[in-house]
Design a protein around this ligand. Structure first.
Ligand code: CAO
Length: 425
């Protein structure tokens, strides 16, 4: 069966997390992803957060499925020749090097264009052009500079970073969309183009409701924020709102049975206006349906603490799953707080391929997250990540068409060897 991106070849110069998430998605859509890695060391994540000695870490394996790996020293003259040939044979170059690295390697955009005018060059950087453009950036830096941290956490506590990797994986997703759009445009123009996704921009895009609220602040307090009901005045920037819902319908995380011992025995509960009467019936407060202090949303806003305390008395009498079942019957929006253990064991996620078991020759079986995007005509099978340089000769021969003699020459040149340490003088 053909896949959505069958026939597209990606020159994958990505490392760590942001870039690899992008190229992994492209691989799942059927692109041939050729990951170029430094001889000897490869992507730094191969050795980071290792759970087993001397095997590729889960950090690496879970971000690099369905790819092929070639090792190449792109600072070696022969390595540069090989890279030039790869540029000719690929459709997209994806990189998330530090600022200026590709230029220093001798492959600025203009040169790549002259080698292959159809090439799309897609980059992730920490920041777009501006005062911080030369900075190296990691996940939490992006969360802090993109508006997420200042709006996450409780009003009187520290700014918080989230567990979801919105800076890295979020920006990888943005870049993947830019790449497929550029591939589509190329079918009409015949030209490549540069695609750029800055991590700060990606996080701000995901935090756009908070920029919405920043502007609303100029016209009065944010009435759906708990602090409004508590009579606490707003400052001049959007505050942290705890677990308040961002959509204007009051929501909170509430305790369920077993919360004293289980840190995840909680449920998210939204007092959505259209189902208010059903909520009153479920929690045993039918009088609130008509009482002037509770019947209409504006009347409830100053009483949210009292209302959620009453709802919590009810949720504490049952498990989060029992509460979910009862509430869903009445279309009352809610969600149990699921632990990673529960998600790993969830059979419905296994059935859809969102959680998959993968076999690896060195580490054995492990769990991973499969392609979260499901396509009817382009299903994704998750195959293991490549060992370092596993496909070097295969790519030299099959993709670049080099003869045995040429392959031997490349081996002799040192372009496939780890850089030699220069003795200190
Ligand atoms: N052959 C030879 N050299 C290679 C090579 C290869 N195959 N692949 C990489 N290199 C070299 C580069 O040429 C570069 O050398 P110079 O600095 O001498 O030009 C060097 O490796 C380091 O590249 P780097 O700056 O990308 O790597 P780093 O570890 O210093 O920084 C990171 C890592 C992530 C901070 C930086 O790449 C970055 O800011 N990237 C953009 C933002 C990003 O994606 N951040 C998310 C990372 S995930 O949390």
């Amino acid at each position: 069966m053909t896949k959505a991106l069958s026939g597209v070849r990606i020159l994958d110069f990505t490392h760590v997390q942001s870039g690899p998430t992008c190229t992994q998605l492209l691989a799942w859509f059927g692109a041939d992803v050729v990951k170029v890695e430094r001889p000897g060391m490869g992507d730094i994540t191969r050795g980071q957060l290792r759970d087993k000695p001397n095997v590729d870490s889960l950090y690496f394996t879970m971000l690099n499925h369905n790819k092929r790996s070639i090792t190449l020293d792109t600072k070696n003259p022969k390595g540069k020749e090989v890279l030039t040939e790869l540029i000719k044979k690929c459709d997209v170059l994806v990189e998330n090097f530090g600022p200026g690295v590709l230029d220093r390697m001798g492959f600025p955009w203009e040169k790549i264009q002259s080698i292959n005018p159809k090439m799309i060059v897609a980059s992730i950087k920490g920041f777009g052009p501006g005062p911080y453009e030369d900075c190296k950036v990691y996940e939490n830096v992006a969360q802090c500079t993109g508006g997420s941290a200042s709006t996450t956490g409780f009003r009187d506590g520290l700014p918080l970073v989230t567990g979801a990797q919105i800076g890295d994986s979020g920006t990888g997703l943005h870049l993947a969309l830019g790449i497929v759009a550029a591939l589509y445009q190329r079918t009409m123009t015949g030209r490549g183009q540069r695609v750029m996704a800055a991590m700060q921009d990606g996080v701000l895009n995901l935090a756009r409701v908070k920029l919405r609220d920043q502007q609303r602040l100029a016209h009065g307090p944010l009435t759906e924020y708990s602090q409004y009901g508590e009579g606490i005045p707003f400052g001049d920037a959007v505050p942290r709102a705890g677990n308040d819902s961002g959509g204007g319908q009051p929501g909170r995380i509430l305790k369920c049975k077993g919360w004293e011992k289980d840190p995840n025995a909680y449920i998210y509960f939204i007092t959505q206006a259209p189902v208010w009467e059903k909520i009153c019936d479920v929690i045993g407060e039918p009088g609130w349906k008509t009482h002037p202090d509770y019947a209409k949303p504006p009347a409830r806003l100053p009483r949210l603490n009292e209302i959620f305390s009453r709802i919590e008395q009810w949720t504490m009498t049952m498990t989060k799953f029992e509460a979910m079942e009862i509430l869903n019957k009445d279309d009352i929006p809610c969600g149990p707080i699921l632990s990673m253990k529960e998600l790993a064991e969830d059979q419905s996620l296994r059935a859809t391929g969102t959680v998959v078991e993968v076999d690896h020759p060195e580490r054995g079986k492990y769990l991973s997250v499969g392609n979260p995007i499901k396509m009817s005509d382009s299903p994704s099978e998750v195959t293991r990540s490549p060992l370092l340089g596993e496909h070097t000769d295969e790519i030299l021969r099959q993709v670049l068409g080099f003869s045995d003699h040429q392959v031997a020459e490349i081996h002799d040149s040192g372009a496939l060897d780890p850089p030699r340490k220069v003795a200190a003088e």
